[in-house]
Design a protein around this ligand. Structure first.
Ligand code: GCO
Length: 449
């Protein structure tokens, strides 16, 4: 472990992140309607262990205790998501005030503790009735999202420091509609580009009402950026990495930050390319106050003509993977942030998610997680290196505050700084929580290196 903390800018924001369906539970409480994740996780075989988000971390009832945990960490900000099915249970139509009450209370208690609320409007839990009407591949969903964004920002206003419209639209579009690994669990690849287009269009369209309702808040979007490295310097591998980068990263970065779709990816999609109408790209490219970047790992890419476009296969790596099989590659964080700065001159960036799953064990009331500490320390240093290199990064949010429902992997994969004993719902801060609290305190000069 390094003994000195890299020096970050004085106003650098240290936070933790979660998402509604992954922690809240209470899926039938106070008027909440069903989401596509309630439906998907109830589908036999969809989720490891047959887990669902019905109870999760019971955060809906234990939220005050979880705020105490955040306060003990000393975080400046908390990134959470708002469940659309709590706010507008049918997806469109009447607003469920009891659903908004939960977030209204959460925001006020965060502010009382000096913790800035960073709220994501859409972290994958689409109201089921909207999927029944076609979901993200249907353009009409844009209006539904704008009405939802209006209801939330009208109620919470500037008390929320930063609103992200979407979390990881690639996952919603590709994992949800093409690969079937996430809700709604469809395996219709031709739907993904249309879903992606409407996620981006909903984002851009909603910005207008969000800024009107919360002029003092920052407004942005969160993308998971997955850097692709060619397995060798063979032209076919270099081309494979470029194709993967287009499929995963540039298909979102280019419209949002440059107002156009990348032509190589557009050609790759062929007949499945989306129906882009007059003005769509101008709407999508409306200015952002921040860009959220979720980084976990990289892909080592090689060409594989036996699989559908982008015809890329990941090449195994040598080092010890995390518990979800990801390579620990902190230099990918530095190189990614510098690339974004160099190629896109983006608005200020936040690392909105970074963390690792390990097979944590609760032993004598403690959880010793040296691998997670090493991962976080290396990646925090990697963010620092990017800042030193000229990347405008304003903050870092560890994924996650709590162990939680890790989507298709269920509860077996633990990403939290805080261990959750799902039998009792007891929270046990892991050693990484103390490490993160120490990092933040050192950053503030409250304790020496
Ligand atoms: C994501 C989601 C999180 C995940 C985390 C670990 O980035 O996929 O935002 O909800 O749980 O990334 O996979």
């Amino acid at each position: 472990m390094t003994t000195t903390t890299p020096r970050f800018p004085a106003d650098f924001v240290w936070g933790v992140a979660t998402a509604a369906y992954q922690i809240e539970g209470a899926v039938d409480e106070d008027g909440r309607g069903p989401s596509i994740w309630d439906t998907f996780s109830a589908t036999p075989g969809a989720i490891d262990g047959g887990d669902t988000g019905a109870v999760a971390c019971d955060h809906y009832h234990r939220w005050a205790e979880d705020l105490d945990l955040m306060q003990r960490l000393g975080v400046d900000a908390y990134r959470f998501s708002i469940a659309w099915p709590r706010v507008i249970p049918a997806g469109t139509g009447s607003v469920n005030q009891a659903g908004l009450d939960f977030y209204d209370r959460l925001v006020d208690r965060l502010l009382e503790r000096g913790i800035a609320p960073f709220a994501t409007l859409y972290h994958w839990d689409l109201p089921q009735p909207l999927q029944d009407a076609g979901g993200w591949p249907e353009r009409s969903i844009v209006d539904a999202f704008v009405a939802y964004a209006d209801a939330v920002t009208r109620r919470l206003g500037d008390r929320v420091a930063a609103y992200a419209t979407m979390n990881e639209p690639w996952c919603s579009a590709v994992l949800g509609y093409a690969l079937g690994e996430h809700a709604p669990g469809l395996r219709e690849p031709a739907l993904a580009p249309h879903a992606a287009h409407h996620l981006l269009l909903a984002h851009g369209t909603a910005l207008e009402v969000m800024r009107a309702n919360a002029p003092g808040a920052q407004h942005g979007i969160v993308l998971n950026i997955h850097p692709a490295y060619p397995a060798t310097d063979a032209p076919s591998d270099i081309a494979a990495a470029r194709r993967f980068d287009g499929f995963f990263n540039r298909w979102f970065l280019d419209p949002l930050l440059e107002g156009r779709y990348p032509s190589d990816v557009w050609e790759g999609y062929g007949a499945a390319a989306p129906d882009v109408r007059e003005g769509d790209l101008e709407t999508i490219a409306r200015p952002l106050d921040f860009l959220g970047v979720n980084y976990y790992t990289r892909i080592i890419a090689t060409s594989d003509p036996t699989v559908p476009w982008p015809s890329v296969r990941a090449v195994p790596f040598e080092s010890t993977p995390t518990d979800v099989g990801w390579e620990v590659y902190p230099q990918g964080m530095t190189e990614l942030l510098l690339r974004l700065q160099r190629e896109y001159a983006p608005p200020p960036m936040y690392v909105t998610e970074n963390g690792a799953a390990y097979a944590d064990v609760l032993h004598n009331g403690t959880v010793d997680d040296p691998q997670r500490i090493a991962y976080l320390e290396q990646h925090v240093a990697a963010v620092h290196a990017a800042i030193e290199g000229g990347a405008d990064v304003r903050g870092y949010f560890a994924w996650s505050l709590l162990d939680n429902f890790e989507w298709a992997r269920g509860y077996a994969k633990r990403f939290g700084l805080v261990y959750v004993d799902y039998e009792t719902q007891a929270r046990v801060p892991k050693r990484s929580a103390s490490w993160y609290a120490g990092l933040i305190a050192r950053h503030r000069g409250e304790i020496d290196d």
